[in-house]
Design a protein around this ligand. Sequence first.
Ligand code: FES
Length: 911
Amino acid sequence: MTNQGNLKPTVFDLDGTSVKSYPAPGARLSEMLREDLGARDVKIGCNAGDCGACTVLVDDKPVCSCLTPAQQVAGKRVETLKGIRRDDPVADKLAHSFHGHGAAQCGICTPGMMVSAVALLREKPSPTEGEVKDALGGVLCRCTGYRKIIDAVMATSPITVEARGEVGDAIPRVDSEGKTSGTEKFGDDIAPAGTLEIFVIRSPFPRARFELGDLDEFIAQHEGIEATLTAKDVPGRNLFGVIPEFVDQPVFAETETRFRGEAIAAIVGTPSVIGAFDPDTFPVQWFELEAATDVKSAQTPTAAQLHEGRDKNVMCGGFVQCGDAKSALERADTIVEGHFRSGFVEHAYIEPEAGFAQILNGRVEVHACTQAPVMDLDALEKILDMDRAQIRIVPSGVGGGFGSKLDISVQPYLALAALKTGKPVRLTYSRTESMQSSTKRHPSDIQLRIGAKQDGSLSGFEFYGEFDTGAYASWGPTVANRVPVHASGPYQIQDYRAESKGIHTNNPPAGAFRGFGVPQSAIAQETLFDELAEKLGMDQLEFRILNALEDNVPTVCGQVFSQGVGIKACFEALRPAWNTEREQAATFNASNDVIKRGVGIAAGWYGCGNTSLPNPSTIKSGVLEDGTVVLHQGAMDIGQGSNTVISQIFATALGIPVQVLKIVGADTDVTPDAGKTSASRQTYVSGNAARLSGEALRAQILEKMNVGLEAVLSFSGGTLTANDGAGQQEIDLSTLAADDEGFVFRAEESYDPPTKALDENGQGVPYAQFGYAAHLVVVDVDTRLGTTKPVKFVAAHDVGRAINPMLVEGQVHGGIAQGLGMALMEEYIPGRTENLHDYLIPTVGDIPPIETIIIEEPDAHGPYGAKGLGEHVLIPTAPAILNAIHDAVGVRIRQVPATPARVRSKIKVSL
Ligand code: FES
């Protein structure tokens, strides 16, 4: 709460009630609303007017509340989502439309989207698509790909879904209400106003030595600062990392920093002091050192070594070989080759890393956004040198993750500060801090040669890729291992050699980002496949179908699937669009000289779960004596929909409607570990654990009630009824003995994918299942400006079984939007694109219509045949766009993003 002191009151109408607040001069409206008036339904993504998450209405006009001075609303009417939902039927109808269309995924942008949409709908009850895009143009969404939001706003009548939520039902998300009312609590929404805050001091240089000054003196001179934290305050291991052999990143650097944005210290103080703190006043002396900022310079003999024992800064590598690629290339009739590069890609989730910590009964409790609560616990146990029973991780809502929130961020600072001060503490990264310090997609530098015989069959494939893993390992080893397994794409290649290396540089750590390196390798492979088809005089789609992987044909790792290989079906599903869109493009081009239209296709595959490593999930469920069916669902829902999908699988297995479930989310005190949300594993791995848990619970109930296997179960209060056709049984649940959690029936089951280690040639069983995808895109390229505008996507995805078709579509749309960003506009450059106005992500105006085709080739291991999907959705997008650009203007782009300058310069050279 703001200290009133001599401050003047600001009186205004907030959601229909006159309120008075005392904002400091220059205070943001968003800050006053959230911190002084408790309106945490107003979300903050950037504090710079770039993301629009904080949009509210002031006298009916949408404004970014982070850019609006608080005093400016004196005497005015301010509406936030909470009030609008309560008072305006337009907003209530819109909320139902968001539910029915699946228009909210993580939900962090949803308040801004809905408030902006309500302003439009009040004036235009039936807006056009253009009007919707104009109205929502200032609000960014990183999850949905916008199409379902547009549909939800334009819908004239709400969608009513009355299904039980069985597998296959396109029910609305079970957690949708919190997102469309703004009541879901994200990382920054938990701490009470006035909680002590943390400011992390970071390196301004890619590489520097530093010396700290007198910190006691610093505290003495700064009223309101309660503590400082440095490496000396870390009681345990001053290191963290996600892969046990590569734990190398300090919580606080000790004498030298290895990337711009690395933490060296933190201060803990009152909100007003931390809010106004100037880091230049912190007592530290910097000595900038020469830095290696690309993989080539990092491997020179004179480059500084970032880590002992990692010769020439090579962190590790991956390798897969089968047949004899060299000889096959010599025998090939046609060879294509290329050198491909990509830059850092920022996750750009709209919720920056945030959390809250407190000491409760001597235990430290951390509430923060995360994709992996048990991994957070593992890390804090070592950093704090505490018995893990003394640490509790309670994840908040997650406003997007896409891989980066697998690594810890705010957690150690929160825990250390709470322990040192003994008080509750809070930390939310600024947008710049988030972008500087969080992990990124690995930049890649790839050489690839592919050969083919005149009949179109592949003859030799040689891949070498270097990946900039930045200053610390993070998930770099996973990328290095995964890429050679996937670089073939979903094709039959008998003679194959793929080698990858992760190279350290003085760049931010690169880690997990939707695809773990596979999107980068797919750009090289899929664009060269187009060139190969062209050189052979073959149709690009037919060339791919000819070489596509099939059941009973070995992958490049020697793995043979007897079922479930759905890539040919994906290609066949694209054939009608491939034919008609190319015809239409030819007609278009015949009458247009400046704008040229092109059509491109590309494919992708992705192995679900960890590569040849255990990654079990456990799901607990039970029935309470009052008849409540409880599902402990520990698979973090970061917007992708695991709360809903896991519930549908469990409810189907148990044989009840999903609506009766009480879901208990992740909490390391009470919910079993469902593993991390990554590698497209939750539907497959946690889904299987949920299926097993549901089946086990059902078996117990049927046995107890002595009814047949097909019995229909229903709960009414504390009475459970089972009807198997032969008769009806009832049981009063309160007559059964309850366990210490109150369960009268209880089942806890685990599932771990069956894989086998890879040998020295990468031969083995890396994944129990793959998912498959093929995308088609139509683009318009402006030959004068070099701009590329996608005008249509058709995406075919083999998901085995669509547990929830609406959520499948949502994943496809969101993945395509991120793939489009990677292809055309996104490049993180340390020191230059550290905010959301210099770093561009797709807006609502950038995403064309997307047709999603769901292919269901059931997988023997998947729950009800389902396969993972989260990463697959992005992999074919960028190469499809690059192939479409070539189709439009005849130039090959080998470095992404394909910015207008890059495209235009290639066009000029080709003229
Ligand atoms: Fe829009 Fe996540 S749903 S940012």
